[in-house]
Structures are given as structure tokens and as C-alpha cells.
Design a protein around this ligand. Structure first.
Ligand code: A3P
Length: 306
């Protein structure tokens, strides 16, 4: 097991996350909170940018603005904004997080937690914040995760990054067993997919965003109750293409040097469907197909792979 992981209620989480879990579970939610939820590397940042722009009337100040996405969009798992990055060693407790509870509605959050670990009010449906869930095929997600974790500067957490020098086949073994942050990929997807008919959940696929970004942006806007003009939808689309986001320091995490090693792959790496073919052997691919078939079969969930 990677040394920075712990088991919390049957899910592998980073050590620092485990210390926060009791507080997250008790989080006071609001019906008008908006969440972007996902398994890591499924297109979270992309969806955060879209949701932020939809909620802020396609405000282009977003591009090249002085604020980082983290600041505009607190992450449930990292309860601090980008200015606090330097303080990784002494993470603030949730109640002390800048304006967390006082922040006016609608508040925007992001989390990678699986369904079971969400705030109790969400799980028990006593509160129904809006949830946009992004899903991506398991193969591209694995490749993206591999590059991300390899370049992660874990020394900031006082732990060793067991994957720093790993090859993709090595990482793959752990991924298949759900031995990475936020646990198993498949269970994470299915738990949200099975609740996709809930009024407060929108299930979006990365591959659909690649094929028809405008259509998916419109779906998100409708779900969030925003009636945006054609012109504004177009503006959002233009600002959230891969090339725009790669150039945009608000969202490309270049400011997040503290969390990445010097030679890390850029956060905005390739942004395509199908890069897995450059990393998977035929055997690995067949093996993952079989697992996916078995774990998704009854649910009807399917992804495109290129
Ligand atoms: P790759 O590593 O395959 O390039 P997350 O935000 O959940 O960590 O996901 C990161 C992945 O989403 C990366 O995938 C990144 O390049 C991709 N991504 C981010 N913004 C994107 C965009 N506008 N269009 C396409 N892919 C994007």
C-alpha cells in the first residue's frame, strides 16, 4: 500500500484527508450550494471552469484574472485557498478556513470524495445541493492519474511519494485494486451513475464534453437554472477548450508549483480521449475491459475510449 494512504470507512484516502473526514461529514450544506464532484483526473478542473463561468454569467475576467481557481472554488478536500499553499504542513481546520461558512450563496465546492463519504446531509438527502458529477473512461483516467501522482510533491505532506519513480504498469496494479487516493474508480462512478435521476445530480461524461462541448455546457447551464444567451454560451465554450485552459493561469495550476515537482508533467497534459493506447499493453487493456465489464455491467454505464 502506498505509504501516504489510509483506510477510512473502506476507502483509501490520503492521510491528511482522514484527519478531516469527521468534520466533512458534519458539514452544514445549503440547497443552493453547487458541487463539482468526480474521481480524480476525470475532468474536474474543466468542469469547475465551466460551472464557475455559468454561475458568473460568463464573466471573462476569469481568464487571466488574478485569482486562482482554488480561491474561486474551494475544494472540499483541501480546505485552504492558493495563498495558503505554503502552509501545507499545518493545514487549517475546516471551521477556520477563510469564509467557508460565512460565504454567501451560492457557494461553489469541489470534491473527489465518493458518495458514501459525502456530508451526511447530502447522503441522507436532508439537503439537496446541486451536484455536477464528471465521469471519464477508466483507461484515460488511469493514465492521467499516473502522470499526476508521479509529479506530486508529497514532501509537503511529510510523506513519501511511492509513485515518484513508478512506471505506468506499476501504477496500474494499484489503480486496479483501488489503492490510490479516493479508492476504487469503478465503485465511485457507479454510485453516482445509479443516482443520476436524482433532481440534484447531473452526470456528465468527459468524452461527451470532448465531442460536443457546447451541448454539455448548455446542459450544465440548464441544470443550474441559468438561462444564458447563445453568445454567453459561446464565450464559455471558447474559454474552456483545452488550448484556452492550458494558457489560462487561473485554471492551469502553474501557480501550484508548491504541489508539483520540478519536472512534473503539466497539469493540462494532453486533454484527449484515447491517450491510454500509448500506455496500455494488450494484456492490460483486456484485463481492464474485463473488470469494467463486470463492475459496470448491471448499471448500464458505458464510456467511449477514443
Ligand atoms: P490528461 O492528463 O489526460 O491530459 P482533473 O481536473 O480531474 O484532475 O483532470 C485532469 C485531466 O483533465 C487532464 O487529463 C487534463 O489535461 C484534462 N483537462 C483539463 N481541462 C481540459 C479541457 N479544457 N479539455 C480537455 N481536457 C481537459
Amino acid at each position: 500500500l502506498p505509504s501516504y494512504l489510509r483506510v477510512y470507512k473502506n476507502t483509501f484516502l490520503s492521510t491528511y484527508m482522514v484527519t478531516y473526514m469527521p468534520e466533512y461529514e458534519k458539514l452544514k450544506c445549503r440547497d443552493d450550494d453547487v458541487y463539482v464532484m468526480s474521481y480524480p483526473k476525470c475532468g474536474t478542473t474543466w468542469m469547475q471552469a465551466i460551472v464557475w463561468l455559468v454561475m458568473n454569467d460568463a464573466d471573462v475576467a476569469f481568464q487571466g484574472g488574478s485569482k486562482a481557481l482554488d480561491e474561486l472554488f474551494p475544494m472540499l478536500e483541501w480546505p485552504f485557498n492558493s495563498k495558503d499553499m505554503a502552509e501545507f504542513g499545518k493545514l487549517k481546520k475546516l471551521p477556520e478556513c477563510p469564509d467557508w461558512e460565512a460565504r454567501p450563496s451560492p457557494r461553489l465546492f469541489k470534491t473527489h470524495l465518493n458518495f458514501q463519504l459525502l456530508p451526511t446531509e447530502i447522503v441522507e438527502r436532508t439537503k439537496t445541493p446541486k451536484i455536477v458529477y464528471v465521469s471519464r473512461n477508466p483507461k484515460d483516467t488511469a493514465v492521467s492519474f499516473y502522470h499526476f501522482i508521479k509529479g506530486f510533491d508529497s514532501s509537503l505532506f511529510g510523506v513519501h511519494n511511492d509513485f515518484a519513480n513508478s512506471t505506468f504498469p506499476e501504477f496500474y496494479k494499484y489503480y486496479m485494486q483501488g489503492k490510490c487516493d479516493y479508492g476504487e474508480y469503478w465503485a465511485h462512478q457507479v454510485d453516482f451513475w445509479e443516482r443520476r435521476h436524482w433532481k440534484n445530480i447531473l452526470f456528465v461524461k468527459y468524452e461527451d464534453m470532448k465531442k460536443d462541448l457546447k451541448g454539455e455546457v448548455r446542459r450544465v447551464a440548464n441544470f443550474l437554472g441559468k438561462n444564458l444567451s447563445e453568445e454567453k454560451i459561446d464565450k464559455i465554450v471558447e474559454a474552456t477548450t483545452f488550448s484556452s485552459m492550458k494558457r489560462n493561469n487561473t485554471v492551469n495550476y502553474t501557480g501550484m508549483k508548491a504541489g508539483r515537482t520540478q519536472d512534473a508533467t503539466p497539469f493540462m497534459r494532453k486533454g484527449v480521449a484515447g491517450d491510454w493506447k500509448n500506455y496500455f499493453t494488450a494484456e492490460m487493456s483486456d484485463n481492464m475491459d474485463a473488470v469494467t465489464q463486470q463492475k459496470f455491467a448491471d448499471s448500464g454505464l458505458q464510456h467511449e475510449y477514443e
